[in-house]
Structures are given as structure tokens and as C-alpha cells.
Ligand binder design. Structure first.
Ligand code: GRF
Length: 198
């Protein structure tokens, strides 16, 4: 099953996805990597011999044009699913119209707590003792889509944002590929804001 992976950062989560896809037992393959900026994820995709497409918001007159271009780029690879692995942009109506219910995201907090781009720092600042990671379907909101899976991660007294985020990433690198394998083989049933892997 072809998927397209999208990233914006160091790409460690992308690397875990690519590694799992390459396993003989895997049911999915990464058809392409799409990034919205020059980032380390480019090298990770290229090292894996995958097509890497850069689609920068700044290269377009407005967000709608970028959203349509992003859709066109992803559509070329005809993925059954799209996985955002550290992709730091909100997908627009054109993209979600085409891939409604088929975009899976990993967020480094236990949604609905601490959504947005600073979920790890917000959790640490709040003083929670347990945080974690959430894999969810992407809807038009910020980290608001139906939840598919979660895993808890302890917060340690001397944690910094970096040490906590790295611990969360270890959990994400396990959970996200597991969930992708499950949804590409079994599908997802949603009921309002609830989702269940079939
Ligand atoms: C992950 O924690 C992901 O949940 C968040 O961004 C991080 C990506 O890390 N959205 P990396 O760029 O894959 O190392």
C-alpha cells in the first residue's frame, strides 16, 4: 500500500517510518517524501532512494495556492494514506477534501491536552507528571481529529523540553509505524469524533 510521508524537521520520525516500510513484513511502502522547507528530512528521504518533493508556502502567492500545489504533488504518487511525521503546517481544505479521513498525524502529547506546535513545552510548563503521544486522523483543526492510538510517557523531575521530547519521540517511533501498518491493513471506522481501527 503506497503512502506519502510529510515532514518539516529533523525527520527522525520519518526515518522510523521509512525503516518500518522497508521491513519484509510491512504492508505499506513510502512512495515519496513531501517537505515544506529545506530540512534534514530531505536527506533522509534521498538516502532511502525516495522521491523528495519540496513545497514551500513562501513560493506561493497565498495559502490556498500552496494547499492546492501540495495536493497536486502528493496526488502524483496516488497514496492510499498520507502520514504527517513532524509536518509543521496545517493542511488546507483542498488537501483535506481529497484526503479526508486518510491523513494520519503523530502529536507529542496526550490530546486533547497540549495541542499545537509547542505541546512538549506546554506539558512541561504545566507540570504534568505523565504526557505521551497521540496518533490521530487529521481534520481541519489543529490536532483535533479523531484519535487512533495513544501511549503515555513519564515526565522526570529534571526534564528539559529536549530530554522530554526525545523520550516522547522514542515512543512515537514505535507507535506511529504500528498504527500505519494497522490502518493500511484493517482500515478505520469513524463515528463522529471517535475512530476505531477495524
Ligand atoms: C515529533 O515529535 C512529532 O510528533 C512532532 O514533531 C516531531 C518531529 O520530530 N509533530 P522529527 O522532526 O521527526 O525528529
Amino acid at each position: 500500500v503506497p503512502i506519502v510521508a510529510m515532514a518539516s524537521g529533523t525527520g527522525s520520525l520519518l526515518a522510523a517510518l521509512i525503516e518500518r516500510a522497508a521491513a519484509p513484513s510491512s504492508s505499506f511502502r513510502v512512495a515519496a517524501v513531501v517537505i515544506d522547507r529545506d530540512c534534514a528530512a530531505r536527506e533522509i528521504g534521498e538516502a532511502a532512494g525516495l522521491p523528495v518533493v519540496v513545497c514551500r508556502l513562501g513560493d506561493h502567492p497565498d495559502r490556498d495556492a500552496w494547499d492546492r500545489q501540495l495536493l497536486a504533488e502528493v496526488d502524483r504518487f496516488a497514496p492510499d494514506w498520507v502520514v504527517t511525521a513532524g509536518f509543521m503546517k496545517i493542511l488546507g481544505p483542498a488537501f483535506l477534501g481529497r484526503f479526508a479521513g486518510r491523513v494520519v498525524n503523530s502529536h507529542p502529547a496526550l490530546l486533547p491536552a497540549f495541542p499545537g506546535a509547542h505541546g512538549v513545552a506546554d506539558a512541561l510548563a504545566y507540570g504534568v507528571k505523565v504526557t505521551g503521544t497521540t496518533v490521530h486522523l487529521v481534520d481541519g483543526g489543529v490536532d483535533t481529529g479523531p484519535i487512533l492510538a495513544q501511549a503515555t510517557v513519564p515526565v522526570l523531575p529534571d526534564d528539559t523540553v529536549d530530554t522530554l521530547h526525545e523520550r516522547i519521540k522514542i515512543s512515537e517511533r514505535e507507535l506511529l509505524p504500528d498504527v500505519v501498518e494497522a490502518v493500511v491493513t484493517r482500515g478505520v471506522v469513524t463515528d463522529g469524533r471517535k475512530a476505531q481501527i477495524s
